[in-house]
Design a binder for this molecule. Structure first.
Ligand code: CP3
Length: 357
């Protein structure tokens, strides 16, 4: 609990915000809402500012990062900002040759196959990611009482990109390494956990109010394999932040069977996709953690009455959770009409408004 640890100076100002309060399972004036991938191609102002800058390059320019991060906050009045970056940014800083290809995602020059490949992933310090430290400081100064969420990729999801060499539907090469050479697998994940933890600690020291650990593709595993091959590494990252004084959100897609295990990895908030209703998710996760989610991003393409009914259902089901942060079940799709997102924020605030606590 946040009260048993010193809150970092940067995060102190936001400790009473609806977002941080919900993460801490405290009463809130209204259910807080933000959207994964709220910064990005759904916004014309983003497409304009990114027109001549490559994705990875844009993540390394603090002023640009700050501007892109603020765009959805200004437009939608969401309850939290999320740092504009990507899960592969710290891996690139650790020396891995990779790029983010438009329309595809991260592509790795030489996929990881051997112990020597793992050894080449260097541990990172703040000096390797100065631009992130700077961007967070700029943002914290701009955002005032609006919390900034820092984030990183979890070892499994990062390993998947590194082993496959790019996005994958089956994660076949990743699983082949995991089952075929568990020792190498654990060495790879241990190194990635180190990089991820260092990257998150840089963000915490610079003033983020919460962190989200994205294990987007963990849902491809059975619970038993998740517990055996993945959870110990994610747990190491989350435990390494236990004294940081900021809530830890842990998220994946298709994780209905993994929700308890992902909570037990050391999360304060468990992200839930649209496949599991929040009341069911809460029963699985237990009373000691808040939940985040879980509108299907595709519902945003439906007529407004359908969107409204879904938002109301989710708020209703979220009431049994000890804390609820409204979000999508995965990221905003690029084709989304941003005006619908703005309307969803207003609706969440209106429907969930509670008398002074
Ligand atoms: O607003 C936010 O949520 C913050 C920004 C953010 C990005 N990537 C920016 C981005 C965050 C939180 C991420 C995390 C990320 N990156 C994840 C985990 C979240 C998830 O979606 O499950 C993953 C798996 C990645 C890897 C990645 N990077 C993918 C799959 C893609 C999409 C490829 C494409 O072009 O469709 C990227 C590129 C990327 N990261 C973009 C953005 C805005 C699109 C690139 C662009 O705008 O040119």
């Amino acid at each position: 609990d946040g009260e048993t640890h010193p809150v970092p100076a940067g995060a102190a100002r936001t400790a009473d915000s609806p977002f941080v309060r919900a993460c801490r399972r405290r009463p809130v004036p209204h259910t807080p809402v933000w959207f994964m991938r709220q910064a990005g191609r759904s916004l014309p102002e983003y497409r304009e500012i990114r027109a001549n800058v490559a994705m990875l390059e844009s993540c390394r320019r603090p002023e640009l990062v700050a501007e892109i991060t603020l765009q959805p906050v200004r437009r939608h009045k969401v309850d939290a900002a999320i740092l504009f970056s990507d899960i592969v940014v710290p891996v690139a800083a650790a020396g891995v040759d990779l790029d983010i290809v438009p329309g595809t995602g991260p592509v790795v020059g030489e996929p990881v196959r051997t112990r020597a490949d793992v050894e080449r992933i260097r541990p990172i310090t703040v000096d390797d990611v100065r631009y992130v430290d700077e961007a967070v400081r700029l943002l914290v100064a701009e955002l005032g009482e609006t919390p900034l969420i820092g984030f990183a990729g979890a070892p499994f999801t990062l390993a998947s990109y590194l082993v496959e060499g790019g996005p994958s539907r089956t994660h076949a090469k990743t699983k082949a390494l995991m089952y075929g050479d568990p020792e190498l697998w654990h060495a790879l994940c241990a190194r990635l956990a180190e990089v991820t933890l260092a990257f998150l600690r840089v963000q915490v020291a610079a003033g983020v109010s919460a962190v989200q650990l994205f294990d987007s593709w963990a849902g491809t595993l059975s619970e038993a394999d998740y517990r055996r091959y993945v959870q110990p590494h994610s747990a190491k990252v989350l435990a390494g932040l236990a004294d940081a004084g900021v809530p830890r959100i842990h998220f994946g897609v298709g994780t209905a069977e993994l929700l308890p295990a992902m909570g037990e990895a050391g999360a304060d908030v468990v992200g839930v996709d649209w496949r599991t209703p929040l009341d069911v998710a809460t029963k699985r996760i237990g009373p000691d953690r808040a939940v985040q989610g879980n509108l299907d991003p595709c519902v945003l393409f439906a007529p407004w009455p359908v969107v409204e009914a879904e938002v109301r259902r989710i708020l209703d089901e979220g009431q049994v959770a000890p804390g609820h942060v409204f979000n999508l079940g995965h990221g905003v799709l690029p084709e989304t009409d941003p005006d619908v997102l703005t309307r969803v924020v207003a609706l969440v605030h209106e429907v969930s408004a509670r008398p002074a606590h």
